[in-house]
Design a protein around this ligand. Structure first.
Ligand SMILES: Cc1cc2nc3c(=O)[nH]c(=O)nc-3n(C[C@H](O)[C@H](O)[C@H](O)COP(=O)(O)OP(=O)(O)OC[C@H]3O[C@@H](n4cnc5c(N)ncnc54)[C@H](O)[C@@H]3O)c2cc1C
Length: 307
């Protein structure tokens, strides 16, 4: 199929883009922002979206920077997945970004698709929304009315639905740096590398100086319709290296994540993946934080399933 007819705009200044989006909204005209086009163009071609106007932001200057500071990593709206994946400073501060981005589609798609665009698309099957939900942070939205920061828990309203207003442009996103002693991990199961995940888990474990778990959280990809993070600390808080609590955390997650069936997997199979992958991701995250619980690997063996 071909897209329905639309008017194409390519502003070269941010103020002009914001003014255009504002005017289109005032006129009741449906407009879509075009960034990397890796999700929007298929939706236009399949006529799942039929905007009257497409506002291409690729000519705007100043939106392609990655800034690393004490607070975390700020990513501009025109930073491609591949650029963020290869950014040494971002990778050093937030290895989870690189771990997750390597699971996003194929390099050709990562060369074009933007990380902020992935957040705006708000797909529960995408990796980066889970990363933002897990780490915390905000999307920075701008319009003629000014700038606002939309915190991660308020940003994802539902599948393919974000809190952005029709006249708002997401100019950047901020991923928070986790507290000291935190390790992170990302694991997923996909039928082929580069496919959307059947199920994926981003996890963070914070360990104190005595080697006890202080916090454990996880966020999910393709598990259900929601985008958000779970606090799994109840299953593992206070545990040390001699406690195989990760599988218990996996079971806790199994009970909390409302999985869905689709053509790729049943809800029951996804629930099993939630339990097993949660345990594995938490263990990997704990190892990155310096907690060696490898002696409990058998409890996490997918062949045996989570206990
Ligand atoms: C074959 C294929 C496989 C893929 N596999 C995966 C995968 O495994 N995992 C994954 O996470 N993704 C996958 N993707 C999607 C890819 O990651 C996209 O790049 C991403 O979802 C959207 O980024 P984009 O820059 O291309 O956004 P676009 O397609 O340009 O836009 C997507 C949506 O976000 C809005 N938008 C974009 N940027 C802004 C902004 N700055 N302000 C306001 N609104 C904005 C658009 O209006 C549109 O509604 C795949 C895509 C393809 C084609």
């Amino acid at each position: 199929m071909k897209p329905a007819p639309f008017t194409y705009h390519r502003p070269v200044e941010l103020d002009a883009a914001l003014d255009l989006l504002g005017r289109l909204r005032d006129a009741g005209q449906h407009a879509k922002v075009l960034a990397g086009g890796q999700s929007l163009l298929p939706m236009l071609s399949m006529r799942l979206a039929e905007p009257a106007h497409v506002v291409d932001i690729n000519a705007l200057a100043g939106l392609d920077g990655v800034d690393v500071d004490a607070a975390g990593v700020r990513v501009g709206a025109l930073v491609r997945h591949r650029g963020l994946e290869r950014h040494a400073g971002a990778g050093a501060v937030l290895p989870l970004l690189r771990q997750a981005l390597r699971q996003v589609a194929h390099p050709t798609i990562r060369n074009r698709g933007t990380s902020v665009g992935s957040l705006c698309h708000a797909d529960p099957a995408a990796e980066l929304p889970a990363v933002l939900a897990l780490l915390g942070g905000a999307v920075v939205a701008r319009s003629r009315r000014g700038e606002r920061r939309i915190q991660a828990p308020d940003f994802f309203l539902g599948p393919l639905e974000s809190a952005l207003e029709p006249d708002e442009l997401a100019v950047a996103t901020q991923f928070h740096r986790p507290p000291p002693g935190t390790g992170t991990a990302f694991v997923e199961v996909a039928r082929r590398h580069g496919d959307y995940a059947v199920c994926g888990v981003a996890a963070a474990v914070t360990v104190d100086e005595a080697g006890r778990v202080r916090a454990a959280r996880a966020a999910y990809v393709s598990a259900g319709e929601g985008i958000g993070a779970l606090d799994l600390g109840a299953a593992v808080a206070g545990a040390g290296v001699d406690v195989a609590a990760w599988a218990d955390a996996g079971e806790l997650a199994r009970g909390l994540v409302a999985t869905e069936s689709d053509i790729h997997a049943s809800a029951q199979y996804r629930s099993q993946l939630v339990a097993v992958l949660t345990a594995r991701a938490l263990q990997d995250a704990a190892a990155q934080a310096g907690l060696d619980s490898t002696s409990h690997a058998s409890a996490l063996d997918p062949a045996q399933g989570a206990r």
